[in-house]
Design a protein around this ligand. Structure first.
Ligand code: NAD
Length: 498
């Protein structure tokens, strides 16, 4: 069993204290021990980042971008190895792991445009012989804390952009599947990144608290569950830091009576059961407008859920792998038990599922509940597993009210052929990312990603244009160069063009 080390100042650094088990969820075996950083190790990473900052801040953006171009090439060359690592520790299928990596690479591509995206704004002659411009300067040392469900993509949402903006970055990935994250960070070193510009420290609450409390860390990007997002947002902002903290979700898909049902069902299958439902944009509630839609949809869904190809994440041609840990599988099962106890109708029960030869793996079959109501825990809470809940309503207005009343507002979608319904939905739904006949409306890298309500704490969304704003401070410069020296009398009125 090998150790997963920190990456500090361009070198792998072994842990000195506590460690955590990293499982292969397909077999249930512990395959690695990951170091859990203590405060001294976090300080080492901070010192490294601080020492790298002055030179990196003054490195031309075009040079920073060239490193990102090489990084993108290396990521593409190593796609197979990275996908295997993700799959081995997370459990998602190889194809799904490759998909997440590709979406991560899109963010590297966006970062390659550093000279363009960092262009300031300029006005000549805002007053007599006075020019004004705004500049976007780096924040300094910034930290990112990421979840287990996208060990490649979510870190790539953060540090390529933060780094091309001139910051130095400390990444604290999930301790549950850290290997691919570390491997990718090493590729960035290989691409020519100076030592200390990116440091990776593994850890748990102790490491995160040390990052929150360190005065040298000026900004925190977090992606994970809502209670931790709220904690990091409140503790970070209390200390005067910039924080963007993306949290959990409960994403609804509305099925209108005029929807193309076959395509909507295919879309729902992928969005509800892909990655075992462990996606913050997974569809976990299907809201059917009318009983006829619900009955027809369930009739088509049931055989497809029962036919899901579930197996060890690292095999090819699968629909679904295991859940990430045994504890998480048991938590999801607990929700299914609670749904049954609350009176929801369990149409497909995946609880007894196991994979021959991998009986100790953390598997769960696809589950489908009908007649779910808003007060049930399976409706209110994020399950983060392969469980789809069907709620029956009578109108689009009722469906939208249901979604708007939910505490989460990450993603949602509507399946319809009617432009008027789609437009009303897009205009008035209280959710940050909306799909029309698109089940997983994850914005591309040149837009920004973020939910509303208790799915995001902070003012700016992640990556894309909002990411650039988050990782830079605007400076407005007003400059006067009179054409010939002349004495000017003092003026006590506020300067204006009036
Ligand atoms: P998590 O909140 O358990 O962990 C996220 C990070 O926080 C990890 O790095 C973890 O080590 C750290 N952490 C855990 N407990 C902590 C504590 N007490 N104090 C400080 N830090 C702590 O989340 P997870 O289980 O890894 O990921 C799944 C969650 O992430 C889901 O809720 C999912 O919806 C959410 N998520 C949201 C988005 C989004 O963009 N909104 C994207 C991906 C995942």
């Amino acid at each position: 069993m090998s150790a997963v080390n920190h990456l500090i100042h361009g070198e792998q650094v072994a842990g000195t204290g506590r460690t955590a088990d990293v499982f292969n969820p397909s077999t249930g075996e512990v395959i690695h021990q990951v170091a859990l950083a203590d405060r001294a190790t976090i300080q080492q990473a901070i010192d490294s980042a601080r020492s790298a900052f002055p030179a990196w801040r003054n490195t031309p953006p075009a040079k920073r971008a060239q490193i990102m171009f090489r990084f993108k090439q290396l990521l593409e060359q190593h796609e197979a190895a990275i996908s295997k690592m993700i799959s081995e520790e997370h459990g998602k299928t190889l194809e799904d792991a490759a998909g997440e990596l590709k979406r991560g690479i899109e963010n590297v591509e966006y970062a390659c445009a550093a000279p363009e995206i960092l262009k300031g704004e300029y006005n000549r002659n805002v007053g007599p012989n006075i020019d004004a411009w705004s500049d976007f300067q780096p924040v300094g040392v910034v930290a990112g804390i990421t979840p287990f469900n996208f060990p490649a993509m979510v870190p790539l949402w953060m540090y390529p952009l933060a780094i091309v903006c001139g910051n130095c970055f400390i990444l604290k990935p999930s301790e549950r599947d850290p290997s691919s994250t570390l491997y990718i960070a090493q590729l960035l070193q290989e691409a020519g990144l100076p030592k200390g510009v990116l440091n990776v420290v593994h850890g748990d609450k102790e490491a995160v608290d040390a990052l929150i409390e360190a005065p040298e860390v000026k900004a925190l990007s977090f992606v994970g569950s809502t209670p931790i997002a709220e904690y990091i947002y409140s503790e970070g902002t209390k200390r005067g830091k910039r924080v963007q903290a993306l949290g959990g979700a409960k994403n609804h898909a509305v099925l209108m009576p005029d929807a193309d049902l076959d395509n909507a069902v295919s879309a729902l299958m992928g969005a509800a059961y892909g990655s075992c439902g462990e996606r913050c944009m997974a569809i976990s509630v299907a809201v059917c407008v009318g009983d006829q839609v619900a009955d027809a949809m369930i009739k088509k869904l049931v055989p497809q859920i029962k036919a899901l190809k579930i197996g060890a994440g690292t095999s090819t041609g699968l629909d679904m792998g295991p859940l990430v840990t045994g504890a998480h599988r048991d938590k999801v099962k607990g929700y299914v038990d609670a749904g049954v106890a609350a009176g929801a109708e369990l149409v497909v029960d995946g609880r007894g599922f196991s994979v021959a030869g991998n009986e100790k793996g953390f598997f769960l079959g696809g589950c489908l509940f009908d007649r779910v109501t808003p007060e049930m825990s399976i409706y209110k809470e994020e399950i983060f597993g392969p469980v789809l809940c069907v709620v029956r309503v009578n109108s689009l207005e009722e469906a939208m009210q249901l979604i708007n009343d939910h505490e989460y507002g990450n993603g949602t979608c509507i399946f319809t052929r009617d432009g008027e319904s789609a437009r009303l939905f897009c205009d008035e739904i209280e959710v940050g990312m909306v799909g029309v006949n698109v089940p997983l409306p994850v914005p591309v890298a040149y837009h920004s990603f973020g939910g509303w309500k208790r799915s995001l704490f902070g003012d700016l969304h992640a990556y894309g244009p909002d990411g650039v704003r988050f990782y830079t401070r605007r400076k407005a410069i007003t400059q006067r160069w009179p054409q010939r020296a002349s004495h000017e009398a003092a003026s006590f009125a506020f300067p204006s063009n009036g």
